[in-house]
Design a protein. Structure first.
Lengths: 248, 343
């Protein structure tokens, strides 16, 4: 195990009734590492992500954050440990401005008398700082999310996930719904997160994504660890083979 | 900075018309009110802008505006409350019965808002806990239930005559002798002051508190609100409860204005409330609309009714006109949205 492991799953299994979704799966993630998780539909990628984020409890096995064993009862618990999930369906409110979306549920407030009011100025300032840190370009932090392109929305979703010093970000198909010219921007954003020391797990079907941002790739097949490799030691054809359950 | 340059370029490419859209979006409705006032003033120069007539309009809209404000919050969450007309009647009846029972006036005054509060909470709990497929169904049910209960407790007959202290809310006058000299006829209705205060409080609530922001978020994307850790069900119960509470206040105002609780009180006023909210620019699909817009929507309905009455236009034509305005207002909104997405 590497020195700076931030997240580890050991021998995790997940059963739904008689169905085995995950069988004895191991996963390890280092600081500032981008790990690609590939696999066919039903290979267990999404189930594994849901176990890591605390949405599902593993039937067997255990999770370690910063080498400490933890039990997650809800996504709140994993958030508190610095893990954020970027949902495939983006989970943004289109009618609200960018800043409101980034801070939704965690709005900065100020006290006036006995009441807490929204601190619009602070939210705007924090939003602009955070967007510029991630090098996300938008017209204004007050722009409504529904006016943004798919790629910009994905960027806002990622900005939302990382606004509170997340150490680990899970992304489920971050480029699936994007126009070709926008994919690059999102991939750049992932590399930016890496530079900032954030660890990222990317689930993707697209070999282009995997091979342009990941340090390491791991394949699941029918709920088990099938193969794993540093990116530099493998090839597209080999990884595609893994997805289909073929190994030389 | 290429960021700044890009922004500048976008600005130049926008036509004047497109740049005016946000202005109209925000103030267009106030412009419409000004036009209506101007036209009615030209048609009825002696009456329309007289102190008496203007205060009359405000007294009329004050109780209706309470319903509209409550229904507005519900519509922002992409819900609907059809029961507010029945809540106003039930709270009015409760007030009348407790008044007849000889309770002190300060207790009687609390009865109407308290009943409204409970009715609203009942709606909210039903919608969230019973997992109704749509608030339409729950509040359609309570539309019948609340009015039925109102008639059951009153025996289906009007109850008239309330203490002066109770009537102050709906019928009180703040004399303006200071400005117009001793014994002047000019006054400001208490209900207008109450309306302004309540609208201000709810404007602050919706725009400057976290719960207010969450109400808009739920209307925009309930899934996003849930993912952000917001307890959507709890917020919905708060919204329906406040809606009922406002209808109860409406009942209190109506009690003062009519000095009577009657079986048909508030009949179909839920539809007027919805109409005012829609004319005021709120989206029926949730997440969109402003408190100022609701106020404007209420005023448009009030001014229109008043003006048409002054000109002796039949009630039937009034119905046709108000219906047309609802459709026109929404159609303008549709056009505006098309233009906005095209740019």
């Amino acid at each position: 195990m590497s020195q700076d492991t931030v997240l580890e799953a050991k021998a995790v299994s997940k059963y739904f009734g008689t169905i085995t979704a995950l069988d004895n799966v191991n996963l390890q993630l280092s600081k500032g590492e981008v790990l690609g998780v590939v696999g066919d539909n039903g290979a267990g990628k999404s189930t594994l992500m849901k176990v890591l984020s605390g949405l599902y409890k593993p039937s067997e096995g255990s999770l370690f954050f910063d080498k400490e064993k933890v039990v997650l009862n809800s996504p709140r618990d994993s958030q508190n440990l610095g893990l954020e999930m970027v949902y495939q369906d983006l989970a943004l409110a289109g009618n609200l401005p960018i800043g409101d979306n980034i801070f939704l549920g965690r709005e900065p407030t100020k006290k006036i008398g006995p009441f807490n009011f929204l601190d619009h100025k602070k939210r705007k300032q924090l939003t602009e700082e955070h967007l510029s840190k991630l090098k996300i370009n938008v017209k204004s932090a007050d722009q409504k999310v529904e006016e943004l392109s798919g790629g910009q929305r994905q960027a806002v979703a990622i900005a939302r996930a990382t606004a509170f010093n997340a150490k680990i970000v899970l992304m489920d198909e971050p480029t699936a719904a994007l126009a070709v010219k926008e994919v690059g921007k999102v991939l750049d954003l992932i590399l930016n997160l890496k530079k900032l020391g954030v660890s990222v797990i990317v689930i993707s079907h697209r070999m282009d994504d995997i091979f342009s941002v990941c340090d390491r790739v791991m394949a699941l097949f029918q709920g088990t660890n099938f193969a794993e490799s540093e990116l530099k030691n493998t090839s597209r054809d080999e990884v595609i083979g893994w997805i289909m359950g073929k190994k030389d | 900075m290429d960021h700044g340059e890009k922004r500048l370029m976008d600005k130049n490419q926008e036509t004047l018309f497109v740049r005016l859209i946000p202005f109209f979006e925000r103030y267009g409705i106030l412009l419409l009110i000004l036009i209506m006032i101007a036209v009615l003033h030209l048609l009825q120069p002696d009456v329309f802008l007289s102190w008496r007539n203007v205060t009359n309009i405000f007294k009329q809209v004050s109780w209706q505006s309470m319903l509209a404000l409550g229904v507005f919050m519900v519509i922002v969450t992409a819900g609907i409350d059809l029961s507010v007309g029945s809540i106003i009647m039930l709270s009015l009846m409760g007030l009348a019965i407790s008044s007849k029972a000889g309770m002190p006036w300060y207790v009687v005054m609390l009865v109407a808002p308290a009943i409204g509060f409970m009715c609203g909470m009942f709606n909210g709990i039903g919608i969230t806990l019973l997992r109704m497929p749509h608030p339409f169904i729950m509040t359609l049910g309570t539309l019948y239930i609340f009015r039925g209960i109102g008639n059951l407790i009153s025996g289906g007959v009007p109850i008239t005559g309330f203490a002066e202290q109770i009537r102050v809310i709906g019928n009180g006058k703040i004399k303006l002798d200071v400005f117009f000299g001793e014994g002047a006829r000019e006054y400001i209705p208490t209900s207008l002051i109450l309306m302004i205060v309540i609208f201000f409080i709810f404007w602050v609530f919706l725009n400057h508190t976290r719960i207010g922001k969450w109400i808009y978020a739920i209307g925009g994307n309930p899934g996003a609100a849930r993912a952000a850790g917001i307890n959507v069900d709890r917020i919905l119960i708060v919204v329906y409860t406040l809606c009922g509470f406002l209808a109860g206040i409406g009942g209190l105002i109506l009690a003062g204005r009519t000095n009577s609780a009657y079986p048909n009180a508030g009949l179909q006023s839920e539809l007027d409330a919805i109409a005012a909210v829609i004319i005021g620019g709120a989206s029926f699909f949730g997440g969109r609309g402003t408190v100022l817009g609701v106020f404007a929507g209420v005023m448009i309905m009030g001014i229109l009714r008043n003006g048409l009455n002054l000109m002796n236009v039949s009630v039937f034509w009034q119905q046709v006109l108000i219906g047309s305005i609802i459709i026109l207002a929404v159609y303008i909104d549709v056009l505006r949205r098309q233009l906005a997405t095209r740019t």
